[in-house]
Unconditional design. Structure first.
Length: 247
């Protein structure tokens, strides 16, 4: 969950997607790195603006949507982006803004998927992927010796979210001390919300196993990974790749 609306964590988490054209779109605090078969900056900006408008409309109608750290009920008149955030938050047991970066990334990615058969949208460390090629999302884990050494390999298909929360990196609110808490799900909003919950649960290495057990029990979460210091744990459908560090 961002301590500022749409706050960027300040790093990019993509690895090995040299077949795509990359471009950046910023709208207010939203800062997206996008890969597609061509540069669709105008279309991506329009989709990001639309997602933000939906979220701000929900905040205007229900201010607790922005501030709550607990799931909120669905009142039935939400816009699609707000509804996705509420659903993800309810599944993960967190507030709806815990899903904001993933929800925006997916909304933009879905819009671009009508124009490009391969799409990657990264929003502050939360990544939506669409396409048929295997992609690898690098894991940045602050001062951990495992940082930038590992990546998660995924086959995106019709859409996949790989989202990261951290208690030691960036502006995102985390109640734990994990250097990286990563969740893979077919909904990017769910991956984002679940990564926040996973990060909240890990304050020490001995928390890893129970936290992974809980998060991987959430419906539609495919797999999860935690790094804290020099310790790591993974559960579910997590395919790790050893990466070459840049010199």
């Amino acid at each position: 969950m961002s301590s500022e609306l749409f706050s960027n964590r300040g790093y990019r988490a993509l690895h090995g997607a040299g077949d795509l054209r990359y471009f950046r779109v910023t709208v207010g605090e939203t800062d997206l790195s996008i890969g597609a078969k061509a540069v669709f900056e105008a279309e991506a900006r329009a989709a990001a603006l639309a997602a933000r408008d939906e979220i701000y409309a929900e905040i205007d109608a229900r201010p607790r949507f922005k501030s709550s750290l607990e799931p909120l009920s669905v009142h039935g008149t939400e816009t699609p982006v707000a509804a996705a955030m509420l659903s993800a938050a309810r599944a993960a047991g967190v507030g709806p803004m815990a899903a904001v970066a993933g929800a925006v990334a997916e909304h933009v990615g879905r819009a671009l998927s009508a124009l490009s058969d391969e799409v990657i949208v990264e929003n502050g460390g939360d990544v939506f992927l669409f396409g048929r090629r295997e992609r690898t999302v690098a894991i940045y884990a602050a001062e951990s010796p495992l940082s930038d050494m590992l990546g998660v390999a995924v086959l995106p298909g019709d859409g996949m979210g790989v989202c990261t929360s951290s208690g030691t990196v960036g502006h995102s609110l985390s109640l734990g001390r994990a250097d990286a808490a990563v969740v893979i799900a077919r909904s990017c909003a769910l991956a984002d919300a679940a990564a926040t919950r996973l990060g909240n649960l890990v304050s020490a290495p001995e928390d890893i196993e129970s936290a992974l057990e809980l998060i991987c029990g959430v419906k539609d979460v495919l797999g999860a990974l935690v790094i804290i210091g020099d310790r790591m744990g993974a559960k579910g459908d997590v395919r790790l790749k050893l990466l070459k560090r840049k010199k």
